[in-house]
Design a protein around this ligand. Structure first.
Ligand SMILES: *Cc1c(COP(=O)(O)O)cnc(C)c1O
Length: 459
């Protein structure tokens, strides 16, 4: 009975994925319609599983967004490769708990192996530890928690035992175009956003090195974390790590890098120069669920010094008192206790793609982003960023109709794009990060965007 059910839902998922490019990308129904479909009374009594699945399928019908398909260019989301998706189905079907190796030796081994491959691909230190977290938000929190531990320990303060009571005020030096998740991580870690000391950034959101040096020199004795960025969510620009990391290190800072998608530039020979020197940082946050095309939720918190990582995050307080037990298990590297075995999907994606497949994925999507920019520019659009990676910022005319054009594109359904505000300008933001996108998808989508802009301007 339940076997038939699982086979059936796997088939539904497979058919949904296979046909994702053949439907209007965002569906047609509204959020209110979706709510009405799901807002059923809590049943008093059990319902057969088959019937529940029928109900779920009916409720979701028309209310899904085809971000898994080839013409979804909103936010930075990525799709999901076949092997990674199948592995995630197994992780759920096997119901493994990746809390520790007693609960699942397979889950732990998969994370250990996949973590090693990720470090290899990204050129990060082989001795670094890798925590499998929900996403870059969590990974930023872990990296900054490690920095908090380290710089306060150097100042003679044990933050795991004492909290921040009596601690010197630490500062977090970071670019003005940091991702908003950094601010939330600071709030969660008790540092608050007043600990932020912003550094000027240029037209591409890249940190100004002279200003970084000047800011670092202002309070040379204050415990300091420097947060750098690989891949600005609007422009795709990365900080100049080869210069910025040594400056921060000379100032005694912990260096954390938010590289949710941009860190993957390191995996492609033609793009690796964009993140040169990033391997000298102390901690890195990245996602598997964005550019690597692993299903949600899958992020990686990577820390050069596993002892600092474990001491900052370990589950058991016995670790925290410097007991000398530094044999941390994977559950000591994340903020979760029980969790899904996220490593299977990352392991499967990397087995499926291999080194050349990851490189090709990065290069191909960057080339497709450049193609989109060129087609739109030919059609009269202005491209507002240097398309160095997979992100494109697009404007038409005086930009006053950006939101109308975006709404028109979304209504048309050929592709999905969103709007963003970049340096006070309202722009269309396009991210090419799905492994299934082709040149034909780009051309069709560019035509749809240009046609939408023409319709709006004719109004
Ligand atoms: C997407 C993104 C994040 C947040 O990642 P999640 O996986 O959504 O938690 C952080 N930083 C940057 C630069 C991003 O692009």
């Amino acid at each position: 009975m339940s076997e038939d059910l699982f086979v059936r839902v796997a088939r539904v998922a497979a058919e949904h994925r296979a046909s994702a490019g053949d439907r209007p990308v965002a569906g047609t129904a509204s959020r209110e319609d979706a709510w009405a479909a799901f807002d059923l009374p809590l049943p008093e009594d059990p319902t057969p599983a088959d019937q529940v699945v029928d109900e779920l399928l009916a409720a979701a019908e028309g209310h899904l967004v085809d971000s898994v398909g080839p013409r979804y260019f909103g936010f930075v989301v990525g799709g999901s490769t076949p092997a990674a998706t199948a592995a995630d189905l197994l992780a759920v079907g096997w119901d493994q708990n990746a809390f520790n190796p007693v609960l699942s030796p397979a889950a732990e081994a998969a994370e250990r192996a996949a973590g090693g491959w990720v470090k290899d691909l990204l050129g990060l230190p082989g001795g670094a530890s890798v925590g499998f977290v929900t996403g870059a938000q969590a990974a930023n929190t872990v990296g900054i928690a490690c920095g908090r531990h380290q710089v306060l320990e150097q100042a003679g303060h044990d933050v795991e035992t004492e909290g921040l009571v009596g601690a010197p005020r630490l500062r977090v030096v970071t670019g003005s175009e940091r991702h908003a998740t950094i601010d939330r991580s600071l709030r969660l870690l008790g540092l608050g956003t007043t600990s932020l000391v912003p550094v000027l950034t240029d037209d591409h959101g890249t940190i100004d090195l002279a200003d970084l040096e000047q800011v670092l020199g202002q309070e040379p004795h204050r415990p300091t974390i420097v947060c750098l960025q690989a891949g600005n969510v609007n422009t795709g620009g990365s900080d100049l790590f080869a210069q910025a990391v040594p400056l921060a290190k000379q100032a005694g800072a912990w260096v954390h890098v938010d590289g949710a998608f941009g860190l993957w530039a390191a995996a492609a020979a033609g793009r690796a120069h964009l993140v040169a020197g990033v391997e000298e940082a102390d901690s890195w946050a990245t996602d598997a669920h964005k550019w690597l095309n692993v299903p949600y939720d899958s992020g990686l918190a990577i820390v050069a010094d596993p002892v600092v990582h474990g001491r900052s995050m370990a589950y058991s307080a016995a670790y925290l008192a410097g007991s000398g037990r530094d044999d941390f298990s994977l559950g000591d590297l994340v903020p979760d206790s029980s969790r899904r075995a996220r490593g299977f999907a990352v392991w499967a994606a990397l087995r499926e793609l291999g080194r050349s497949g990851v490189e090709d994925l990065v290069e191909r999507t960057c080339a497709l982003a450049a193609r989109m920019a060129a087609r739109l520019a030919d059609g009269g659009a202005t491209i507002a960023n240097d398309v160095v990676l997979n992100q494109v910022l697009v404007g038409f005319g005086d930009l006053s109709t950006t939101d109308e054009i975006v709404a028109e594109v979304q209504r048309d359904g050929t592709c999905w794009v969103g709007a963003t505000t970049w340096h006070q300008q309202r722009l269309i933001r396009i991210s090419v990060s799905n492994a299934t996108t082709t040149g034909h998808d780009i051309d069709r989508s560019a035509d749809a965007i240009l046609a939408a802009a023409a319709r709006v301007s004719a109004r």
